[in-house]
Write a protein that binds this ligand. Structure first.
Ligand code: 3AT
Ligand code: MN
Ligand code: MN
Length: 576
């Protein structure tokens, strides 16, 4: 019997695990458990329950859409049904307790996006258990039709796509999205919607032992998050890219334990001959089912610019790491080298797995100089849009900085810091816009906490701007009385001062000077970046503001340091 070969080359080793490797694997599983990366059994069950409910609701939604389309067509209505697929960390089986569920509604040809937004939200509330649906937020204007909500406390991203080649969906439970011809007639964004699921399904089909892959991926995800190199939007690999890297290592060591896969992962990727792409299978060219281009550096010069290409396996293959620039690649390679060293020691029992997951030192000892990109707005809604946009552009600024001759490395931190400030006048507002933390609202839940996920460019609350409380001027009033003029202090009157809430998001970029660099003038890069951001149509100069600040490590805000971390302090002045 010949064994199936997974991947584009034969395996490196088909050795079976040793007793020692198995023991390290048990230790790894235990460490990941104690680090809280696993969902509780109750949570797992509750997520399955939510999926069952969504399936029933989606069937009813498609039935109603059919009835709306052709009220007299009883056969169409009778056979109408939809399907629910998942993608993201839930589909890959590597989700933690707080993770969202990324879910896709697939419908037959006749169901429209308008119907998705008109029928589905009300139906969802109607059919779900009373009170189960909260924070319901349809986002009709986004690239992909998405409805966000919480279902029994689980956050759901629900996207939608109808299949243009199918009058009705097949009834078999086993039916999936693997068939390339399902993409026929879809727009680029619709192809992307289907491919979330198609890619994760393929990854799982292309690894020899899914359970081994999942545990190893959990380890790599935790490591990448702790080392602050996880975030597609900031120029690092995201969840899908890390998953494909781990999957490739699994293909090359098909019998190995997760512990061995993790160790080999660091060595293999550290020494990977980039820009040779990481592939899980041969790229399918020439299908011409859609016009969405397949990644091909021979044809597209933009694809030749990808520094560490990691290519999605489902047609049409795309590069999941096109955002990775010069500095982030250098940082990733540095981290891979450290990971190789640490896991080598773990594999010989000299260190515990815990050592692989130590936190980054981006703020504590990472850099002497930082650039802070501060986006701010006068309303929460404006800030959601504005900070989301600015965040998506930070990579462009990093790219400009990397080209500066005095800069050796420009490393963006992978998360933004949201803060809320309360100001009483224009001067204070200006200070906040320029980076002051003197008016931070301390008890705000978002205060200083890094965001856990990218903000959607959507409204989250009612659209009304807050009305500033306009009250009497503070001071004394003069009361004319029969006993003559008397000055009365208004101390008893409740104080009505004008207050404004200002929302800010800070992105930090660590700067390392090039060897021999004497001075650092970044005014051109900074001004170009500001001009690019503020010339975008979403910029509203009445509400939004953008500052870029150059600070020393000793001037970093306190709230980026966790308890136990030491903030860099200015060098002691020598006593004379
Ligand atoms: P979590 O466990 O949720 O933190 P995840 O891998 O599931 O990790 P997300 O839920 O953020 O991560 O994303 C799931 C997938 O959705 C990944 C990517 O294919 C797609 N996706 C996420 N954000 C965007 C975006 N802004 N634009 C396009 N696709 C996105
Ligand atoms: Mn997710
Ligand atoms: Mn999501």
């Amino acid at each position: 019997m010949t064994e199936r070969v997974y991947g584009v080359t034969p395996p490196i080793s088909t050795a079976l695990p040793t007793e020692v490797e198995k023991r390290h694997n048990d230790n790894l599983a235990r460490e990941l458990r104690s680090q809280g990366t696993f969902e509780t059994p109750a949570g797992v069950a509750s997520r399955e329950q939510v999926l069952r409910s969504l399936e029933a609701i989606v069937d009813e939604f498609v039935r109603r859409a059919a009835r709306e389309k052709e009220p007299k067509n009883t056969i169409l209505i009778r056979d109408a049904h939809g399907r629910v697929f998942t993608y993201g960390s839930y589909r890959l089986g590597v989700y933690g307790p707080g993770a969202d569920m990324d879910t896709l509604v697939v419908a037959p040809k006749y169901v429209t996006v308008d119907q998705y937004f008109n029928i589905f939200p009300d139906l969802l509330v109607e059919m779900a258990p009373p009170g189960a649906i909260t924070d319901l937020t349809p986002v009709p204007g986004a690239f992909v039709p998405i409805i966000k909500f919480e279902f029994s406390g689980i956050s759901i991203d629900l996207i939608f796509c109808s299949i243009q080649t199918l009058k009705q969906l097949p009834a078999e439970k086993e039916w999936n999205l693997q068939d390339n011809s399902l993409l026929r007639g879809l727009s680029e964004n619709e192809v992307r919607s289907l491919n979330g699921t198609r890619v994760t399904d393929e990854i799982l089909n292309l690894v020899p032992e899914p359970a081994t892959f999942k545990l190893a991926l959990r380890a790599i995800k935790l490591w990448a998050q702790r080392r602050a190199i996880y975030a597609n939007i900031m120029g690092y690999p995201g969840g899908v890219a890390w998953a494909m890297m781990v999957a490739r290592v699994c293909q090359l060591y098909p019998k190995a334990t997760s512990s061995v896969v993790v160790n080999k992962f660091f060595h293999l990727l550290w020494k990977w001959p980039w820009p040779l792409p990481v592939l899980l299978k041969d790229i399918e060219y020439g299908l011409s089912v859609t016009r969405v281009p397949v990644w091909n550096p021979k044809i597209y010069s933009s694809d030749r610019n990808h520094r560490m290409p990691i290519i999605t396996p489902a047609y049409p293959s795309m590069c999941a790491t096109h955002n990775v620039g010069k500095s982030s690649m250098a940082v990733i390679q540095q981290e891979l080298a450290i990971g190789a060293e640490v896991t080598d020691e773990i594999m010989v029992g000299r260190r515990p797995w815990k050592d692989l997951f130590t936190k980054h030192s981006f703020f504590t000892t990472g850099f002497k100089y930082y650039l802070t990109v501060i986006s701010s707005s006068r309303t929460k809604e404006a800030q959601n849009t504005w900070s989301g946009f600015v965040e998506s552009r930070v990579r462009v600024l990093v790219g400009k900085l990397e080209m500066h001759q005095s800069i050796g490395l420009a490393r963006p931190f992978n998360k933004g810091y949201d803060r809320v400030h309360r100001c009483r006048n224009d001067n204070e507002i200006e200070e906040v816009q320029c980076g002051s933390l003197a008016y931070v609202v301390k008890d705000e839940p978002t205060d200083g906490q890094p965001k856990t996920e990218a903000k959607p460019e959507i409204k989250t609350e009612d659209g009304a701007p807050p009305t500033p409380k306009v009250g009497e001027a503070n001071g004394t009033a003069v009361v004319k009385g029969e006993h003559g003029d008397a000055a009365v202090k208004l101390e008893d009157v409740p104080e009505h001062t004008q207050e404004f809430e200002i929302y800010t998001t800070n992105h930090y970029i660590g700067l390392q000077l090039a060897e021999g660099a004497k001075s650092l003038d970044l005014s051109r890069e900074v001004n170009d970046f500001k001009a690019m951001c503020t010339s975008n149509e979403i910029f509203d100069k009445e509400l939004m503001f953008l500052t870029i600040q150059h600070i020393k490590n000793t001037a970093l805000p306190d709230d980026v340091f966790e308890p136990g971390e030491v903030k860099p302090s200015p060098p002691m002045k020598k006593k004379k």
